[in-house]
Design a protein around this ligand. Structure first.
Ligand code: CDP
Ligand code: ZN
Length: 171
C-alpha cells in the first residue's frame, strides 16, 4: 500500500452457539484465545473464535484486502478445526509487510452468557501476543443483548472490532 496516512478497519463476526460435544455440535467456547466454561460453544469450521475472526477482518479491512472468508475459505480442508491464531498472525504479517503498525484495537464482545469481564485481561494478553503489539494498545468491552434476539437468547455470540493502523516510522 502506497499511502502514508493512518488507516481504520472494522471487523464483525457471529457464531451460532450450540450444546457442546458430544451431546451437540458445539465446540469448546474459545473467545480471544481464552477457553470459557459454558455448556454451549460455537459451531464452526475452524475453532470458532469469533473475536480472533473479527480482529482479523478489521486488520484486513484497514489494509483494503480480501476478507477472512476469502483468504481462508471455510470449505478448505486445511482450515478445518484450525486454530484461529493462524488467521490473526497472517493478517498481522500483512500489516507489517504493508509498512504499518497497530495504533490501537478496540473489541466489543456481545453474548448473554458467560460473563466476559473476569477474562478480559487474559483476552487482551492473547490478542496482544498474537498481534505482536503492546497490551496497552488492546481493549476489550463486553455487553449482554438484554435477553432479546438470538444473541440475547444465548443462541449466538457476536464480536465487533475496530483497529487503527499507523504508518511505521522508517528507522
Ligand atoms: O448495563 P448495560 O445494559 O449497558 O450493559 P449490559 O449488557 O447489562 O452489561 C453490563 C456489564 O457486564 C458490561 O459493561 C460488561 O462489563 C459486563 N458483561 C460481561 O462481563 N459479560 C457479558 N457477557 C456481558 C456483559
Ligand atoms: Zn468466525
Amino acid at each position: 500500500m502506497k499511502t502514508r496516512k493512518p488507516r481504520i478497519g472494522h471487523g464483525y463476526d457471529l457464531h451460532r452457539l450450540e450444546i457442546r460435544h458430544p451431546e451437540g455440535p458445539g465446540r469448546p467456547f474459545i473467545l480471544a484465545g481464552v477457553t470459557l466454561e459454558h455448556p454451549k460453544g460455537p459451531v464452526s469450521h475452524s475453532d470458532g473464535d469469533a473475536a480472533f475472526h473479527a480482529v482479523t477482518d478489521a486488520l484486513l479491512g484497514a489494509l483494503g484486502e480480501e476478507d477472512i472468508g476469502q483468504l481462508f475459505p471455510d470449505d478448505a480442508p486445511e482450515w478445518a478445526d484450525g486454530e484461529s491464531s493462524i488467521f490473526l498472525k497472517e493478517a498481522s504479517r500483512r500489516v507489517l509487510d504493508a509498512g504499518f503498525e497497530i495504533g490501537n484495537l478496540d473489541v466489543t464482545i456481545i453474548c448473554q452468557r458467560p460473563k466476559i469481564s473476569p477474562h478480559k485481561n487474559e483476552m487482551k494478553r492473547k490478542l496482544a501476543e498474537n498481534l505482536g503489539t503492546p497490551v496497552e494498545d488492546v481493549n476489550i468491552k463486553a455487553k449482554t443483548h438484554e435477553e432479546v434476539d438470538a444473541v440475547g437468547e444465548g443462541r449466538a455470540v457476536e464480536v465487533h472490532a475496530v483497529v487503527l493502523l499507523l504508518p511505521r516510522h522508517e528507522e
